[in-house]
Ligand binder design. Structure first.
Ligand code: ATP
Length: 735
């Protein structure tokens, strides 16, 4: 093993410190981080951040990038202590809110990277200049007797289901609270409730933040990492975090400071090597699962939150990566944050990283207290493992009511002796329901009251600090114009892949060539030729009415999860998002029709003059933008792709039939429908552009000034979009 002394780069700090670290390394056989307190640093109980120096001493392997077999020693000093880790075997990233540090030079290599890779700059032992992070408000979270039920409407009857039944708990700054329990026990519901994400008339109990109720301004102090990683697949790690920083961080910071904060987070989370790699998704190879999770965490910690909630941050990760993740949460808490996380089946090493634990079973509270004391508590009530067991496995077995390899409490044994078949399972153990009942009762009689009394003790903060969790109005990180500009460019980056896909270009160009060949050098100098060309113009009006509708209906249903997540943290105004979304589509949407018309116009020999050519392009643009509006409105109103595509196909077909080409004599009671059809207005405008110098009417359609058609299309452009916007607003209220 190499140690710090072997690195020439590490000799810039005092020999004493290096010795201290080396001895710590020797004593550390597990590979976990070792923190050596320097003064009163470590705990973070008070929660406020102090300015700290931050430097790292790295025992680098001789070659940058490191041989696969080499072990690397990481030493980090902060004023709160010296942190050391051996990255090859364990932690290759750690979090320190002891002050953001300058990131290394950008690493050009963007290959997908393994979680075990060690960032080159860390190996090189570059000294990081200190960064001043604003201290965060310490938040004491308490919740008492929290209950939540839902009404489930069945085919025949409606019944109430208790999701949470009187849950009590608390977590302080500097602590990590783990919510554990079997699947469906209510962990996510509890997390959403205490994270201010769930409001429902059936919720009862009290939840307080520094003894104050939830207020909207807490949103900017809370980070919430959801179970599903909602990220844009086409953005790189760096882009994702930079956009988040620019939108979320306060207006008082400059753009450069915000971008630097994003780089600091990348550095703190050990994401340097993949910062230029796309996030990826189902169809695009991107970063690894562990990196993805870290990006999600980065997205939330970028605002330097006081309270961090995480829903299953370790799900889908291997045990080493999961341990790194939990170690990181531990580091975040140590910097004075309050961390609450749900966890499924932690390894025993991971279990011991939690300060407090809540064990849930079918919505009941089975244990709340120090994680380290959970085993003692269950031993006290007569449930001890009979074989060596991972504590988490033991607790989950209990929460499931499974007493295999666990001693049966005497109280339950007595009940079994009475010989009631309903309470006994085949292997002679008490039934899960009976075990659950016993555990709930034991907790209620032995612990619950004491814990509730403890919660009554006021938070150790002065009134002014406590009041900081309430505020009259919310603050945006950026002005409306900045939000618009950031979201506009983000939209362009996200979707440029879709728009310029070769498939789409081939589709449009091949249609154009086929049309050009079918109408090759057609002439409008006789009635038959005129009618033929009118057919082509009608097809153009239908083609460019059809495509935009069917691409636009996907817009909001596909972005719903992202929009809900980002709006939940007040990242931007809905209006800024909406305007950015619809305008960022425009330049890209207008390129393809220009290509299309260049091919068709000249191959088909339409009116060869500059004015009509550009007016044709303008007419098609107007048609596209109006049709897009319809697609956006349908998508935003229904928010369900199946229903949206069904409605869109019926509407588009109706508009096409009412477009004035197929039926000339429409019954009066239904003839109004043509005025709703953008195909009709586009067709009329195209006829005007091509033939107003030849004839006053074609196929029974009168050619007039064209003003009505332009006004109708403009009204559709704005009207449909307004409808879409209002539907999104309504969706937000429901979310
Ligand atoms: N809105 C709801 N309507 C109906 N049932 C609900 C609702 N919300 C939660 N539930 C039910 O409540 C129970 C707890 O759900 P929750 O998601 O909180 O569990 P969990 O412990 O987080 O599960 P997992 O570990 O599988 O994610 C589940 O049985 C779930 O089906």
């Amino acid at each position: 093993m190499e140690n710090a002394n072997s690195s020439g780069l590490a000799r810039t700090k005092s020999e004493q410190l290096v010795e201290l670290v080396v001895s710590a390394l020797k004593s550390q056989s597990s590979g976990d981080s070792v923190g050596v307190a320097d003064g009163d640093g470590g705990g973070g109980g008070g929660g406020s951040l102090t300015r700290k120096s931050s430097w790292r001493v790295m025992g680098a392997s001789p070659s940058r990038g490191g041989g696969s077999g080499s072990r690397k020693t990481h030493i980090r000093k902060t004023s709160s202590g010296v942190a050391l880790s051996r990255a090859s075997s364990s932690m290759d990233f750690s979090f320190s809110f002891t002050g953001f540090t300058l990131p290394p030079d950008e690493v050009s290599d963007s290959r997908p990277f393994s979680d075990d890779d060690i960032p080159e700059d860390i190996e090189a032992g570059i000294h990081k200049p200190k960064f001043e992070a604003e201290p965060t408000l310490p938040i004491y979270l308490k919740f008492s007797d929290v209950a939540y039920k839902v009404v489930i409407k069945g085919m025949t009857k409606t019944e109430e289901k208790d999701i949470l039944k009187g849950i009590t708990g608390a977590v302080n700054p500097g602590e990590v609270l783990a919510l554990m329990g079997p699947s469906g026990s209510g962990k996510t519901s509890l997390l959403n409730l205490i994270g201010g994400r769930l409001s429902h008339p059936t919720i009862s109990g009290t939840i307080s933040y520094n003894d104050q109720p939830y207020s909207k301004c807490l949103k900017s102090r809370i980070g919430f990492v959801t179970q599903d990683d909602v990220l844009s697949p086409h953005l790189t790690v760096k882009e994702t975090l930079t956009y988040a920083a620019r939108l979320k961080l306060p207006k008082t910071l400059t753009r450069e400071q915000k971008e630097k904060r994003a780089l600091d987070v990348i550095y703190e989370l050990g994401l340097e090597r993949c910062q230029d790699t796309m996030i990826g998704g189902s169809f695009i190879r991107g970063v690894s699962g562990g990196e993805r999770k870290r990006v999600c965490v980065g997205n939330e910690i970028i605002i330097n939150p006081s309270l961090l909630f995480l829903d299953e941050p370790t799900s889908g990760l291997d045990s080493t990566t999961a341990l790194k993740m939990v170690q990181m949460l531990h580091d975040i808490a140590e910097a004075g944050k309050t961390v609450v996380t749900t966890i499924h089946q932690p390894s025993s090493r991971l279990f011991h990283k939690f300060d407090k634990l809540i064990l849930l079973g079918k919505g009941n509270l089975l244990y709340f207290g120090k994680a380290s004391e959970a085993m003692d508590y269950f031993q006290l009530i007569g449930c001890s493992p009979l074989i060596a067991m991972n504590p988490a496995e033991f607790l989950l077995d209990l929460a499931n009511g499974n007493l295999n390899d666990v001693s049966v409490p005497s109280e339950l044994e007595d009940k079994l002796l009475i010989g009631n078949a309903e309470i006994e399972t085949r292997n002679g153990k008490p039934s899960p329901a009976l075990v659950q009942e016993y555990l709930v009762e034991s907790y209620e009689t032995r612990v619950a009251e004491i814990e509730k009394k403890r919660l009554m003790v006021p938070t150790p903060l002065d009134e002014e600090t406590k009041a900081k969790v309430t505020c009259p109005k919310r603050e945006w990180g950026a002005s409306w114009c900045e939000q618009y500009s950031i979201l506009f460019w983000r939209g362009i980056k996200e979707r440029k892949h879709d728009y310029f896909s070769w498939l789409r270009i081939t589709q449009v160009l091949s249609t154009a060539v086929i049309l050009g060949l079918l109408w090759w050098q057609s002439h409008a100098n006789n009635i038959k030729g005129l009618q033929d060309q009118a057919g082509l113009l009608f097809f153009i009006a239908v083609f460019w009415g059809f495509f935009p509708v069917f691409t636009a209906i996907f817009t909001f249903p596909q972005e719903r999860a992202m929009l809900t997540k980002e709006r939940a943290t007040d990242m931007y105004r809905l209006s800024a998002y909406f305007v950015a979304r619809i305008t960022s589509d425009l330049p890209l949407d207008l390129v393809l029709p220009v290509l299309f018309l260049f091919v068709v116009y000249f191959m088909a020999g339409l009116r060869l003059s500059t004015g009509p050519f550009f007016l044709t392009i303008l007419t098609v643009f107007l048609c596209i933008v109006a049709a897009q509006g319809l697609g956006l409105a349908i998508g935003a109103t229904l928010m369900d792709l199946k229903r949206a595509t069904t409605l869109a196909s019926v509407t588009v077909m109706t508009f096409m039939l009412a477009g004035g080409f197929f039926v000339k004599r429409v019954p009066i009671f239904i003839s109004w429908i043509r005025y709703l059809s953008f195909n009709y207005h586009t067709y009329k405008l195209l006829l005007k552009v091509q033939y107003d110098h030849i004839t006053p009417s074609i196929n029974g359609i009168r050619i007039d000034s064209g003003l009505t058609e332009v006004l109708a299309l403009v009204a559709m452009v704005f009207g449909y979009r307004l409808l879409a916007y209002l539907s999104l607003r309504r969706m937000k209220l429901q979310a």
